[in-house]
Ligand binder design. Structure first.
Ligand SMILES: Cc1ncc(COP(=O)(O)O)c(C=O)c1O
Length: 401
């Protein structure tokens, strides 16, 4: 049986505090089991990997299993390898650095106007190596990037297309499989930023046939780290930045100094929380992960509908992103108000102990294209499955839009 919202909330010690957490796209809270696993690792297994003694074998196993878990979390088993790192920004920058050595002057990369800068800037900087960087523009009315526009940008020299699965400002879900098909037909690879998608739905890198997919574990109820899936054939084209004597084609070649060990323990413990969400099903299988995210979605959709309904009913409010609730968006919702600036709105919520955010959300290029003031940006409310309808009601009262 899927757990109730009360049972879900009981797993998260932070939710006992006064703060109402509605800035989850910035970072989510962790279940107690994740925090406990990190503590346990530090107090019982905190030795270096690979040494020939029992405790070292246990710490090595934690780090190995965390890689396998992250790979399964994205449905990459049998298709590719998952690299762990401190953040999505760091992992994409590392990947772009690898490509700076693989690409030739005149090769082309395409970045997307709706991107978080983490999956745009590192690619745009390849210009200094003579790489041609093209911008896949968004329609300023629908906020969508069309496949026709993408086709018109692709040429035989296109090597990579970098785009977000969900914009962390707009909240829309794009058709990753359709975009990937078009890019593959042109002989190029995709780098998908799944950071704003990952807390809300099950990732399926195999089903979508993507080359690279990255997400931040600290936004998915885990420790502050990130994971980059690479399809095996893509990974094997690259030379990783780690020491020369380490073999290519595996994660460690791309993890300078290795992944954070205690965070690996926390990441691995997320499997238990997903089992709980899946109704107590055993193990960390792919089915458990899919069931867990069905439960997440079922908890989130009513919250999304509640907030959007209230915002759409207010003639002074303009939602920036899809206005209708449903599977086509996630519960990250941004808006502008006719009279109140985003800092004025967040001053009200701050005074009431509610955490939300204002700003350009690092979707800087998009804000400029939409004529949004980059100092004040938008007001963003980003929910997680552990939020309650009462919290949304309270937020709406306090914002008094
Ligand atoms: C959509 C998206 N991509 C990338 C990032 C960057 O992630 P990280 O903080 O792990 O570098 C964020 C962070 O907010 C994000 O929302």
């Amino acid at each position: 049986m899927t757990p109730s919202l009360t049972q879900v909330r009981a797993q998260f010690p932070a939710l006992d505090q006064e703060c109402v957490y509605l800035e989850n796209a910035g970072g989510s809270q962790v279940p107690e089991g994740v925090a406990d696993a990190i503590r346990r690792y530090l107090t019982q297994t905190y030795v270096q990997l690979g040494a020939p003694y029992e405790v070292a074998r246990r710490s090595t196993a934690v780090v190995d299993e965390a890689h396998m878990f992250a790979n399964r979390f994205m449905n990459g088993e049998g298709h590719g390898t998952t690299i762990l790192g401190p953040s999505t920004t760091q992992l994409v920058t590392m990947l772009a650095e690898c490509y700076s050595r693989l690409l030739r002057p005149g090769d082309e990369v395409i970045i997307c106007e709706t991107a978080h800068e983490a999956n745009a800037g590192p690619w745009a900087k390849l210009e200094r190596f003579g790489i041609v960087v093209k911008l896949w523009r968004m329609d300023p009315v629908t906020f969508q990037c069309s496949l026709d526009d993408l086709r018109s940008l692709l040429t035989p020299r296109t090597r990579l297309v970098a785009f977000p699965h969900v914009s962390n400002l707009l909240g829309e879900v794009v058709d990753v499989a359709a975009i990937t098909r078009v890019v593959h037909e042109a002989g190029a690879r995709v780098v998908v930023d799944g950071v704003a998608y990952a807390p809300h739905r099950a990732i399926d890198v195999a089903g979508w046939d993507v080359d690279y997919y990255v997400y931040s574990a600290y936004k998915v109820f885990g420790p502050h780290m990130a994971a980059l899936y690479a399809r095996q054939d893509a990974l094997e084209e690259l030379e990783g930045p780690n020491h020369f004597f380490l073999p290519n084609g595996n994660a460690y070649k791309f993890e300078l100094g290795g992944a954070n060990h205690e965070s690996c323990a926390g990441l691995l413990a997320l499997g238990d929380y997903l089992s709980f969400l899946a109704g107590g099903e055993d193990g960390r299988s792919r089915t458990v992960i899919e069931r867990a995210f069905e439960a997440v979605e079922a908890l989130e959709l009513p919250l999304q509908a509640q907030l959007l309904e209230a915002l759409n009913a207010n003639p002074r409010v303009r939602v920036i992103g899809p206005k209708t609730s449903g599977r086509e968006r996630v519960c990250t919702i941004s808006f502008l108000h006719e009279h109140l600036s985003p800092p004025e709105i967040t001053a009200r919520t701050d005074a009431a102990g509610i955490g939300i955010r204002y700003g350009h959300m690092y979707a800087y290029r998009m804000c400029v294209a939409l004529g949004i003031n980059t100092d004040t940006g938008v007001t963003r409310i980003s929910m997680a499955h552990y939020n309650t309808p009462q919290e949304i009601e309270r937020l709406l009262d306090v914002m008094a839009l």
